[in-house]
Design a protein around this ligand. Sequence first.
Ligand code: NAD
Length: 505
Amino acid sequence: MAHDFLARLGIDAINNGAATKGGFIETTGRVITITSPGTGEEIAKVRLANLQDYEKVVAEAHAAFVKWRMLPAPARGEIVRQMGDAMRKQKDDLGRLVTLEMGKVLSEGLGEVQESIDMADLAVGMSRQLFGLTMHSERPGHRMYEQWHPMGIVGIITAFNFPNAVWAWNAMVAAIAGDVMIWKPSLKAPLTAIATHKICDAVMTEHGFGGVMGLIIGDDADVGTTMINDRRLPLISATGSCRMGRIVGEAVAKRLGRSLLELGGNNAIIVHKDADLDLALRGVAFGAVGTAGQRCTSTRRLFLHQDIAEEFTSRLVAAFKKFPIGDPMESGTLVGPLIDEDAVQTFLAAISTIQEQGGEVLCGGTRVDRPGSYVVPAVVRANVDLPVAKEETFAPILYVFTYSDLSQAIGFQNDVDQGLSSSIFTDSFRASEPFLAHSGSDCGIANVNIGTSGAEIGGAFGGEKDTGGGREAGSDSWKAYMRRQTCTLNWSKDLPLAQGVTFDI
Ligand code: NAD
Protein backbone atom coordinates (compact mmCIF):
# COMPACT_ATOMS: atom_id res chain seq x y z
CA MET A 1 0.00 0.00 0.00
CA ALA A 2 1.33 3.40 -0.98
CA HIS A 3 0.14 5.18 2.17
CA ASP A 4 1.94 3.92 5.26
CA PHE A 5 -0.60 5.58 7.61
CA LEU A 6 -3.14 2.95 6.51
CA ALA A 7 -1.12 0.20 8.21
CA ARG A 8 -0.74 2.32 11.35
CA LEU A 9 -4.53 2.69 11.44
CA GLY A 10 -5.05 -1.06 11.06
CA ILE A 11 -6.52 -0.87 7.53
CA ASP A 12 -5.82 -4.09 5.63
CA ALA A 13 -6.12 -4.81 1.91
CA ILE A 14 -9.44 -6.55 2.67
CA ASN A 15 -11.33 -5.56 5.84
CA ASN A 16 -14.24 -7.21 7.61
CA GLY A 17 -17.36 -5.07 7.88
CA ALA A 18 -18.57 -5.83 11.41
CA ALA A 19 -17.10 -5.42 14.88
CA THR A 20 -18.27 -6.06 18.40
CA LYS A 21 -16.84 -7.39 21.67
CA GLY A 22 -13.61 -9.18 20.80
CA GLY A 23 -12.99 -7.15 17.63
CA PHE A 24 -13.91 -7.69 14.01
CA ILE A 25 -16.10 -10.61 12.91
CA GLU A 26 -15.30 -12.65 9.78
CA THR A 27 -18.00 -11.27 7.48
CA THR A 28 -19.22 -13.10 4.39
CA GLY A 29 -21.13 -10.47 2.38
CA ARG A 30 -20.20 -8.93 -0.97
CA VAL A 31 -16.87 -7.17 -1.28
CA ILE A 32 -16.74 -3.48 -2.14
CA THR A 33 -13.70 -1.56 -3.35
CA ILE A 34 -12.97 1.85 -1.90
CA THR A 35 -11.20 4.26 -4.24
CA SER A 36 -9.84 7.70 -3.53
CA PRO A 37 -11.90 10.47 -5.14
CA GLY A 38 -8.73 12.54 -5.42
CA THR A 39 -6.83 10.11 -7.65
CA GLY A 40 -9.12 7.24 -8.54
CA GLU A 41 -6.63 4.81 -6.94
CA GLU A 42 -7.89 1.80 -5.02
CA ILE A 43 -7.33 2.20 -1.26
CA ALA A 44 -8.70 -1.07 0.16
CA LYS A 45 -11.65 -3.45 0.08
CA VAL A 46 -14.39 -4.14 2.62
CA ARG A 47 -16.31 -7.40 2.93
CA LEU A 48 -19.81 -6.32 3.96
CA ALA A 49 -21.76 -7.65 6.90
CA ASN A 50 -24.92 -9.70 6.49
CA LEU A 51 -27.91 -10.14 8.79
CA GLN A 52 -26.27 -12.93 10.82
CA ASP A 53 -23.38 -10.60 11.59
CA TYR A 54 -25.89 -7.92 12.53
CA GLU A 55 -27.53 -10.30 15.02
CA LYS A 56 -24.17 -10.98 16.68
CA VAL A 57 -23.44 -7.27 16.98
CA VAL A 58 -26.86 -6.56 18.52
CA ALA A 59 -26.53 -9.45 21.02
CA GLU A 60 -23.12 -8.26 22.19
CA ALA A 61 -24.32 -4.65 22.33
CA HIS A 62 -27.15 -5.69 24.61
CA ALA A 63 -24.77 -7.61 26.89
CA ALA A 64 -22.45 -4.60 26.98
CA PHE A 65 -25.32 -2.25 27.82
CA VAL A 66 -26.24 -4.22 30.94
CA LYS A 67 -22.67 -3.64 32.24
CA TRP A 68 -21.96 -0.18 30.85
CA ARG A 69 -25.08 1.48 32.26
CA MET A 70 -24.01 0.47 35.79
CA LEU A 71 -20.79 2.48 35.57
CA PRO A 72 -21.33 5.95 37.09
CA ALA A 73 -21.60 8.64 34.41
CA PRO A 74 -18.37 10.48 35.47
CA ALA A 75 -16.51 7.15 35.24
CA ARG A 76 -17.91 6.69 31.75
CA GLY A 77 -16.71 10.22 31.07
CA GLU A 78 -13.18 9.26 32.13
CA ILE A 79 -13.15 6.48 29.50
CA VAL A 80 -14.47 8.89 26.89
CA ARG A 81 -11.64 11.27 27.86
CA GLN A 82 -9.18 8.50 27.10
CA MET A 83 -10.85 7.88 23.73
CA GLY A 84 -10.35 11.56 22.95
CA ASP A 85 -6.67 11.20 23.85
CA ALA A 86 -6.34 8.10 21.68
CA MET A 87 -7.74 10.06 18.72
CA ARG A 88 -5.39 12.95 19.56
CA LYS A 89 -2.41 10.58 19.23
CA GLN A 90 -3.58 9.40 15.81
CA LYS A 91 -5.07 12.67 14.60
CA ASP A 92 -2.59 13.09 11.79
CA ASP A 93 -3.06 9.57 10.37
CA LEU A 94 -6.83 9.63 10.80
CA GLY A 95 -7.12 13.09 9.22
CA ARG A 96 -5.11 11.84 6.23
CA LEU A 97 -7.41 8.87 5.85
CA VAL A 98 -10.46 11.18 5.87
CA THR A 99 -8.83 13.18 3.08
CA LEU A 100 -7.77 10.12 1.09
CA GLU A 101 -11.13 8.41 1.32
CA MET A 102 -13.60 11.33 1.29
CA GLY A 103 -11.58 13.94 -0.62
CA LYS A 104 -11.85 17.01 1.64
CA VAL A 105 -8.64 19.05 1.76
CA LEU A 106 -6.16 18.01 4.42
CA SER A 107 -6.74 20.94 6.80
CA GLU A 108 -10.42 19.97 6.79
CA GLY A 109 -9.60 16.28 7.22
CA LEU A 110 -7.52 17.13 10.27
CA GLY A 111 -10.17 19.60 11.43
CA GLU A 112 -12.78 16.87 11.29
CA VAL A 113 -10.76 14.65 13.63
CA GLN A 114 -10.19 17.67 15.89
CA GLU A 115 -13.96 18.05 16.04
CA SER A 116 -14.25 14.47 17.29
CA ILE A 117 -11.59 15.12 19.92
CA ASP A 118 -13.47 18.27 20.96
CA MET A 119 -16.65 16.21 21.20
CA ALA A 120 -14.90 13.80 23.56
CA ASP A 121 -13.74 16.71 25.73
CA LEU A 122 -17.23 18.21 25.76
CA ALA A 123 -18.79 14.86 26.66
CA VAL A 124 -16.42 14.42 29.60
CA GLY A 125 -17.80 17.64 31.08
CA MET A 126 -21.36 16.58 30.28
CA SER A 127 -20.83 13.33 32.17
CA ARG A 128 -20.92 15.37 35.40
CA GLN A 129 -23.81 17.56 34.30
CA LEU A 130 -26.70 15.26 33.38
CA PHE A 131 -28.95 17.51 35.39
CA GLY A 132 -32.59 16.87 36.19
CA LEU A 133 -34.97 19.47 37.64
CA THR A 134 -36.66 19.36 41.04
CA MET A 135 -40.23 20.58 41.45
CA HIS A 136 -42.32 21.67 44.41
CA SER A 137 -45.03 19.11 45.01
CA GLU A 138 -48.58 20.37 45.58
CA ARG A 139 -48.92 17.77 48.36
CA PRO A 140 -47.48 18.23 51.87
CA GLY A 141 -44.58 15.93 52.78
CA HIS A 142 -43.87 15.13 49.13
CA ARG A 143 -40.92 15.78 46.90
CA MET A 144 -40.70 15.64 43.11
CA TYR A 145 -37.74 15.46 40.85
CA GLU A 146 -36.72 14.12 37.47
CA GLN A 147 -33.77 11.97 36.56
CA TRP A 148 -32.25 10.80 33.29
CA HIS A 149 -31.46 7.18 32.49
CA PRO A 150 -29.63 5.52 29.60
CA MET A 151 -31.86 4.29 26.76
CA GLY A 152 -30.06 1.20 25.45
CA ILE A 153 -28.66 0.52 21.99
CA VAL A 154 -28.43 3.59 19.77
CA GLY A 155 -28.26 3.00 16.02
CA ILE A 156 -26.01 5.60 14.39
CA ILE A 157 -26.30 6.03 10.61
CA THR A 158 -23.78 8.44 9.12
CA ALA A 159 -23.34 10.33 5.84
CA PHE A 160 -20.19 10.11 3.71
CA ASN A 161 -19.17 13.74 4.03
CA PHE A 162 -18.20 13.68 7.72
CA PRO A 163 -17.06 10.06 8.02
CA ASN A 164 -15.48 10.55 11.45
CA ALA A 165 -17.07 13.55 13.20
CA VAL A 166 -20.76 12.74 12.68
CA TRP A 167 -20.20 9.51 14.55
CA ALA A 168 -18.41 11.35 17.36
CA TRP A 169 -21.23 13.91 17.72
CA ASN A 170 -23.43 10.96 18.58
CA ALA A 171 -21.09 8.40 20.08
CA MET A 172 -19.27 10.54 22.63
CA VAL A 173 -22.55 11.81 24.07
CA ALA A 174 -24.32 8.45 23.88
CA ALA A 175 -21.38 6.86 25.70
CA ILE A 176 -21.45 9.22 28.68
CA ALA A 177 -25.24 8.86 28.75
CA GLY A 178 -24.74 5.13 29.41
CA ASP A 179 -25.92 3.93 26.01
CA VAL A 180 -24.15 1.50 23.73
CA MET A 181 -24.16 1.94 19.98
CA ILE A 182 -24.15 0.28 16.60
CA TRP A 183 -22.62 2.43 13.88
CA LYS A 184 -23.65 1.94 10.28
CA PRO A 185 -21.40 4.22 8.21
CA SER A 186 -21.84 5.22 4.57
CA LEU A 187 -20.52 2.67 2.07
CA LYS A 188 -18.73 5.60 0.43
CA ALA A 189 -16.41 6.09 3.43
CA PRO A 190 -16.23 2.91 5.54
CA LEU A 191 -12.45 2.82 6.00
CA THR A 192 -12.49 5.92 8.20
CA ALA A 193 -15.18 4.19 10.26
CA ILE A 194 -13.06 1.06 10.63
CA ALA A 195 -10.01 3.07 11.72
CA THR A 196 -12.04 5.25 14.11
CA HIS A 197 -13.68 2.18 15.59
CA LYS A 198 -10.33 0.48 16.16
CA ILE A 199 -8.91 3.50 18.00
CA CYS A 200 -11.90 4.00 20.29
CA ASP A 201 -12.81 0.34 20.82
CA ALA A 202 -9.26 -0.41 22.00
CA VAL A 203 -9.83 2.02 24.90
CA MET A 204 -13.22 0.50 25.75
CA THR A 205 -11.81 -3.02 25.59
CA GLU A 206 -8.87 -2.12 27.83
CA HIS A 207 -11.43 -1.16 30.48
CA GLY A 208 -13.49 -4.33 29.97
CA PHE A 209 -16.24 -2.70 27.91
CA GLY A 210 -15.84 -4.31 24.50
CA GLY A 211 -19.18 -4.36 22.70
CA VAL A 212 -20.15 -0.80 23.69
CA MET A 213 -18.95 0.45 20.30
CA GLY A 214 -20.53 -1.82 17.68
CA LEU A 215 -19.87 -1.37 13.97
CA ILE A 216 -21.81 -2.80 11.04
CA ILE A 217 -20.98 -2.04 7.42
CA GLY A 218 -23.69 -3.37 5.16
CA ASP A 219 -26.21 -2.61 2.46
CA ASP A 220 -29.17 -0.35 3.18
CA ALA A 221 -31.55 -2.90 1.65
CA ASP A 222 -30.83 -5.57 4.28
CA VAL A 223 -28.70 -4.40 7.21
CA GLY A 224 -29.94 -0.78 7.07
CA THR A 225 -33.60 -1.72 6.75
CA THR A 226 -33.37 -4.31 9.52
CA MET A 227 -31.65 -1.85 11.80
CA ILE A 228 -34.20 0.93 11.47
CA ASN A 229 -37.07 -1.51 12.03
CA ASP A 230 -35.42 -3.21 15.02
CA ARG A 231 -37.33 -2.63 18.27
CA ARG A 232 -34.21 -3.51 20.27
CA LEU A 233 -32.77 -0.14 19.16
CA PRO A 234 -34.86 2.50 20.98
CA LEU A 235 -33.11 5.40 19.21
CA ILE A 236 -31.95 5.72 15.62
CA SER A 237 -29.80 8.77 14.96
CA ALA A 238 -29.52 9.20 11.20
CA THR A 239 -27.53 11.79 9.27
CA GLY A 240 -27.94 12.10 5.52
CA SER A 241 -30.28 13.23 2.78
CA CYS A 242 -33.93 14.22 3.30
CA ARG A 243 -34.83 11.20 1.13
CA MET A 244 -33.16 8.86 3.60
CA GLY A 245 -34.65 10.75 6.56
CA ARG A 246 -38.18 10.17 5.29
CA ILE A 247 -37.56 6.40 5.08
CA VAL A 248 -35.87 6.21 8.48
CA GLY A 249 -38.33 8.56 10.19
CA GLU A 250 -41.33 6.59 8.95
CA ALA A 251 -39.89 3.18 9.86
CA VAL A 252 -38.93 4.26 13.37
CA ALA A 253 -42.21 6.08 13.98
CA LYS A 254 -44.17 2.97 12.93
CA ARG A 255 -42.64 1.04 15.80
CA LEU A 256 -42.98 4.07 18.10
CA GLY A 257 -39.22 4.36 18.48
CA ARG A 258 -37.30 7.59 18.71
CA SER A 259 -35.39 9.06 15.79
CA LEU A 260 -32.90 11.89 15.69
CA LEU A 261 -32.70 13.18 12.13
CA GLU A 262 -29.92 15.41 10.76
CA LEU A 263 -30.77 15.89 7.10
CA GLY A 264 -30.08 18.08 4.10
CA GLY A 265 -29.85 21.85 4.01
CA ASN A 266 -30.30 24.61 1.43
CA ASN A 267 -28.46 27.33 3.28
CA ALA A 268 -28.39 31.00 2.41
CA ILE A 269 -26.36 34.09 3.21
CA ILE A 270 -27.84 37.57 3.03
CA VAL A 271 -25.31 40.32 2.34
CA HIS A 272 -26.91 43.59 3.33
CA LYS A 273 -26.02 46.98 1.86
CA ASP A 274 -24.01 48.00 4.96
CA ALA A 275 -21.97 44.78 5.21
CA ASP A 276 -18.19 44.62 5.46
CA LEU A 277 -17.75 43.19 1.96
CA ASP A 278 -14.24 41.80 2.55
CA LEU A 279 -15.55 39.77 5.47
CA ALA A 280 -18.62 38.70 3.53
CA LEU A 281 -16.54 37.59 0.55
CA ARG A 282 -14.45 35.24 2.71
CA GLY A 283 -17.52 33.91 4.51
CA VAL A 284 -19.38 33.24 1.28
CA ALA A 285 -16.35 31.68 -0.42
CA PHE A 286 -15.63 29.19 2.35
CA GLY A 287 -19.32 28.40 2.76
CA ALA A 288 -19.80 27.72 -0.95
CA VAL A 289 -16.66 25.81 -1.92
CA GLY A 290 -15.32 24.41 1.39
CA THR A 291 -15.44 20.59 1.24
CA ALA A 292 -16.23 21.17 -2.48
CA GLY A 293 -19.76 22.21 -1.52
CA GLN A 294 -20.38 18.86 0.21
CA ARG A 295 -21.28 20.06 3.69
CA CYS A 296 -24.83 19.95 4.97
CA THR A 297 -24.22 23.60 5.90
CA SER A 298 -22.64 24.64 2.57
CA THR A 299 -23.80 28.00 1.28
CA ARG A 300 -26.00 27.34 -1.74
CA ARG A 301 -27.94 30.60 -2.08
CA LEU A 302 -26.76 34.20 -1.78
CA PHE A 303 -29.06 37.21 -1.44
CA LEU A 304 -27.32 40.48 -2.28
CA HIS A 305 -28.76 43.90 -1.60
CA GLN A 306 -29.19 45.72 -4.92
CA ASP A 307 -26.80 48.53 -3.88
CA ILE A 308 -23.83 46.15 -3.57
CA ALA A 309 -24.94 43.31 -5.87
CA GLU A 310 -22.91 44.22 -8.92
CA GLU A 311 -19.66 44.93 -7.10
CA PHE A 312 -19.96 41.87 -4.85
CA THR A 313 -20.83 39.51 -7.72
CA SER A 314 -17.83 40.57 -9.77
CA ARG A 315 -15.50 40.16 -6.76
CA LEU A 316 -17.02 36.76 -6.08
CA VAL A 317 -16.59 35.55 -9.65
CA ALA A 318 -12.98 36.77 -9.63
CA ALA A 319 -12.35 34.82 -6.41
CA PHE A 320 -14.04 31.66 -7.77
CA LYS A 321 -11.85 31.78 -10.88
CA LYS A 322 -8.72 31.71 -8.71
CA PHE A 323 -9.51 28.84 -6.32
CA PRO A 324 -6.75 26.24 -6.50
CA ILE A 325 -8.52 22.98 -7.44
CA GLY A 326 -6.58 19.76 -7.06
CA ASP A 327 -5.14 17.00 -4.90
CA PRO A 328 -6.66 17.48 -1.44
CA MET A 329 -3.48 16.13 0.18
CA GLU A 330 -1.41 18.99 -1.22
CA SER A 331 -1.09 22.12 0.87
CA GLY A 332 -2.49 25.14 -0.93
CA THR A 333 -5.40 23.25 -2.50
CA LEU A 334 -8.71 24.84 -1.53
CA VAL A 335 -11.10 22.77 -3.63
CA GLY A 336 -10.76 19.00 -3.66
CA PRO A 337 -12.81 16.43 -5.57
CA LEU A 338 -16.44 15.41 -5.26
CA ILE A 339 -16.99 12.03 -3.63
CA ASP A 340 -17.43 10.02 -6.84
CA GLU A 341 -18.40 9.99 -10.51
CA ASP A 342 -22.12 9.93 -9.66
CA ALA A 343 -21.66 13.22 -7.80
CA VAL A 344 -19.92 14.72 -10.86
CA GLN A 345 -22.82 13.65 -13.07
CA THR A 346 -25.33 15.14 -10.59
CA PHE A 347 -23.38 18.43 -10.66
CA LEU A 348 -23.30 18.52 -14.48
CA ALA A 349 -27.00 17.63 -14.71
CA ALA A 350 -27.84 20.48 -12.30
CA ILE A 351 -25.86 22.92 -14.48
CA SER A 352 -27.87 21.83 -17.55
CA THR A 353 -31.12 22.21 -15.62
CA ILE A 354 -30.08 25.69 -14.46
CA GLN A 355 -29.53 26.73 -18.08
CA GLU A 356 -32.81 25.18 -19.20
CA GLN A 357 -34.65 27.05 -16.45
CA GLY A 358 -33.09 30.39 -17.40
CA GLY A 359 -30.23 30.71 -14.89
CA GLU A 360 -26.98 32.32 -16.07
CA VAL A 361 -23.75 30.45 -15.22
CA LEU A 362 -21.24 33.24 -14.52
CA CYS A 363 -18.25 30.94 -14.01
CA GLY A 364 -17.37 27.27 -13.51
CA GLY A 365 -19.87 24.48 -14.00
CA THR A 366 -17.56 22.09 -15.84
CA ARG A 367 -15.58 19.00 -14.89
CA VAL A 368 -11.81 19.11 -14.57
CA ASP A 369 -9.95 16.90 -17.00
CA ARG A 370 -7.74 14.87 -14.66
CA PRO A 371 -8.04 11.57 -12.78
CA GLY A 372 -10.44 11.77 -9.83
CA SER A 373 -13.84 13.44 -9.62
CA TYR A 374 -13.11 17.16 -9.85
CA VAL A 375 -15.41 19.97 -10.95
CA VAL A 376 -15.07 23.74 -11.22
CA PRO A 377 -17.29 25.50 -8.64
CA ALA A 378 -20.04 27.52 -10.29
CA VAL A 379 -21.60 30.92 -9.61
CA VAL A 380 -25.08 31.25 -11.09
CA ARG A 381 -27.15 34.42 -11.44
CA ALA A 382 -30.87 33.80 -11.44
CA ASN A 383 -34.33 34.98 -10.55
CA VAL A 384 -35.38 34.03 -7.07
CA ASP A 385 -37.98 31.56 -8.33
CA LEU A 386 -35.47 29.34 -10.19
CA PRO A 387 -36.91 25.85 -9.41
CA VAL A 388 -33.58 23.98 -9.20
CA ALA A 389 -32.34 26.40 -6.52
CA LYS A 390 -34.96 25.03 -4.14
CA GLU A 391 -33.21 21.64 -4.14
CA GLU A 392 -30.01 20.67 -2.37
CA THR A 393 -27.51 19.76 -5.08
CA PHE A 394 -24.65 18.37 -3.03
CA ALA A 395 -21.92 20.12 -5.02
CA PRO A 396 -20.34 23.60 -5.34
CA ILE A 397 -23.06 25.63 -7.05
CA LEU A 398 -23.82 29.08 -5.64
CA TYR A 399 -27.02 30.83 -6.75
CA VAL A 400 -26.89 34.62 -6.58
CA PHE A 401 -30.09 36.64 -6.23
CA THR A 402 -30.73 40.37 -5.70
CA TYR A 403 -33.14 42.00 -3.24
CA SER A 404 -34.22 45.52 -2.39
CA ASP A 405 -35.83 45.11 1.01
CA LEU A 406 -34.50 43.07 3.97
CA SER A 407 -37.80 41.49 4.97
CA GLN A 408 -38.18 40.36 1.36
CA ALA A 409 -34.72 38.75 1.51
CA ILE A 410 -35.54 36.94 4.76
CA GLY A 411 -38.74 35.68 3.14
CA PHE A 412 -36.80 34.40 0.10
CA GLN A 413 -34.29 32.74 2.39
CA ASN A 414 -37.01 30.89 4.29
CA ASP A 415 -38.86 29.87 1.13
CA VAL A 416 -37.30 26.40 0.78
CA ASP A 417 -38.19 23.05 2.32
CA GLN A 418 -34.98 22.74 4.34
CA GLY A 419 -34.09 24.78 7.44
CA LEU A 420 -30.53 24.10 8.52
CA SER A 421 -28.17 27.10 8.47
CA SER A 422 -28.44 30.79 7.61
CA SER A 423 -26.35 33.95 7.88
CA ILE A 424 -26.50 37.67 7.45
CA PHE A 425 -23.57 40.01 6.90
CA THR A 426 -24.33 43.50 8.15
CA ASP A 427 -22.84 46.18 10.37
CA SER A 428 -26.27 47.21 11.54
CA PHE A 429 -28.17 46.07 14.57
CA ARG A 430 -31.33 47.13 12.71
CA ALA A 431 -30.64 44.46 10.09
CA SER A 432 -29.27 41.67 12.27
CA GLU A 433 -32.06 41.79 14.86
CA PRO A 434 -34.95 41.27 12.40
CA PHE A 435 -32.95 38.37 10.97
CA LEU A 436 -32.61 36.79 14.44
CA ALA A 437 -36.13 37.61 15.65
CA HIS A 438 -38.85 34.93 15.71
CA SER A 439 -40.17 36.38 12.47
CA GLY A 440 -36.68 36.15 10.93
CA SER A 441 -34.65 33.12 9.88
CA ASP A 442 -36.53 29.84 10.31
CA CYS A 443 -33.35 27.75 10.45
CA GLY A 444 -31.78 25.81 13.32
CA ILE A 445 -28.63 27.91 12.91
CA ALA A 446 -28.64 31.69 12.38
CA ASN A 447 -25.32 33.55 12.21
CA VAL A 448 -24.27 37.17 11.96
CA ASN A 449 -21.07 38.10 10.12
CA ILE A 450 -19.90 34.51 9.75
CA GLY A 451 -20.86 32.05 7.03
CA THR A 452 -23.30 29.15 7.17
CA SER A 453 -20.75 26.37 7.64
CA GLY A 454 -18.13 25.53 10.23
CA ALA A 455 -20.29 25.30 13.36
CA GLU A 456 -18.69 24.93 16.78
CA ILE A 457 -19.59 21.86 18.80
CA GLY A 458 -20.61 23.80 21.93
CA GLY A 459 -23.98 24.70 20.45
CA ALA A 460 -26.81 22.33 19.61
CA PHE A 461 -26.45 21.46 15.92
CA GLY A 462 -29.36 20.72 13.60
CA GLY A 463 -32.18 22.20 11.59
CA GLU A 464 -35.91 22.57 11.14
CA LYS A 465 -38.47 21.58 8.48
CA ASP A 466 -37.15 18.92 6.09
CA THR A 467 -33.78 19.04 7.82
CA GLY A 468 -35.45 16.80 10.38
CA GLY A 469 -35.58 18.73 13.66
CA GLY A 470 -32.79 16.80 15.41
CA ARG A 471 -30.14 18.41 17.61
CA GLU A 472 -26.69 16.98 18.27
CA ALA A 473 -23.37 17.96 19.88
CA GLY A 474 -23.46 20.65 22.57
CA SER A 475 -25.93 22.51 24.80
CA ASP A 476 -28.54 20.07 26.17
CA SER A 477 -28.44 17.71 23.16
CA TRP A 478 -27.52 14.86 25.52
CA LYS A 479 -31.20 14.65 26.45
CA ALA A 480 -31.93 12.99 23.11
CA TYR A 481 -29.85 9.99 24.19
CA MET A 482 -31.52 9.44 27.57
CA ARG A 483 -34.95 8.69 28.93
CA ARG A 484 -36.52 11.04 31.45
CA GLN A 485 -38.14 9.76 34.61
CA THR A 486 -40.29 11.86 36.93
CA CYS A 487 -40.20 10.68 40.55
CA THR A 488 -42.58 11.64 43.37
CA LEU A 489 -41.60 10.68 46.93
CA ASN A 490 -43.94 10.77 49.90
CA TRP A 491 -42.26 11.19 53.31
CA SER A 492 -45.50 11.98 55.20
CA LYS A 493 -47.85 9.58 57.04
CA ASP A 494 -50.76 10.50 54.73
CA LEU A 495 -51.61 9.59 51.17
CA PRO A 496 -53.19 12.75 49.72
CA LEU A 497 -54.14 12.49 46.05
CA ALA A 498 -53.26 15.15 43.53
CA GLN A 499 -55.91 17.62 42.32
CA GLY A 500 -57.84 17.15 45.61
CA VAL A 501 -59.26 13.77 44.57
CA THR A 502 -60.53 11.68 47.54
CA PHE A 503 -60.54 7.90 47.67
CA ASP A 504 -61.00 6.79 51.31
CA ILE A 505 -61.21 3.11 52.09
P1 NAD B 1 -27.51 9.48 2.08
O1 NAD B 1 -28.86 9.85 2.54
O2 NAD B 1 -27.36 8.93 0.72
O3 NAD B 1 -26.89 8.39 3.09
C1 NAD B 1 -26.70 8.69 4.45
C2 NAD B 1 -26.64 7.40 5.24
O4 NAD B 1 -27.94 6.81 5.25
C3 NAD B 1 -25.72 6.34 4.64
O5 NAD B 1 -25.04 5.68 5.69
C4 NAD B 1 -26.66 5.40 3.95
O6 NAD B 1 -26.14 4.11 3.84
C5 NAD B 1 -27.84 5.45 4.91
N1 NAD B 1 -29.12 5.02 4.35
C6 NAD B 1 -29.68 5.39 3.18
N2 NAD B 1 -30.87 4.77 3.01
C7 NAD B 1 -31.07 4.01 4.11
C8 NAD B 1 -32.11 3.11 4.53
N3 NAD B 1 -33.18 2.90 3.77
N4 NAD B 1 -31.97 2.49 5.71
C9 NAD B 1 -30.91 2.71 6.49
N5 NAD B 1 -29.87 3.52 6.14
C10 NAD B 1 -29.96 4.17 4.96
O7 NAD B 1 -26.59 10.78 2.28
P2 NAD B 1 -25.06 11.01 1.86
O8 NAD B 1 -24.99 11.17 0.38
O9 NAD B 1 -24.17 10.02 2.52
O10 NAD B 1 -24.76 12.41 2.58
C11 NAD B 1 -25.13 13.64 2.05
C12 NAD B 1 -26.41 14.14 2.66
O11 NAD B 1 -26.29 14.17 4.08
C13 NAD B 1 -26.71 15.58 2.29
O12 NAD B 1 -28.09 15.71 2.06
C14 NAD B 1 -26.28 16.38 3.50
O13 NAD B 1 -26.91 17.63 3.61
C15 NAD B 1 -26.67 15.45 4.60
N6 NAD B 1 -25.93 15.71 5.83
C16 NAD B 1 -26.61 16.28 6.86
C17 NAD B 1 -25.94 16.60 8.04
C18 NAD B 1 -26.65 17.27 9.17
O14 NAD B 1 -26.12 17.25 10.27
N7 NAD B 1 -27.82 17.85 8.98
C19 NAD B 1 -24.58 16.30 8.16
C20 NAD B 1 -23.93 15.69 7.10
C21 NAD B 1 -24.62 15.40 5.93
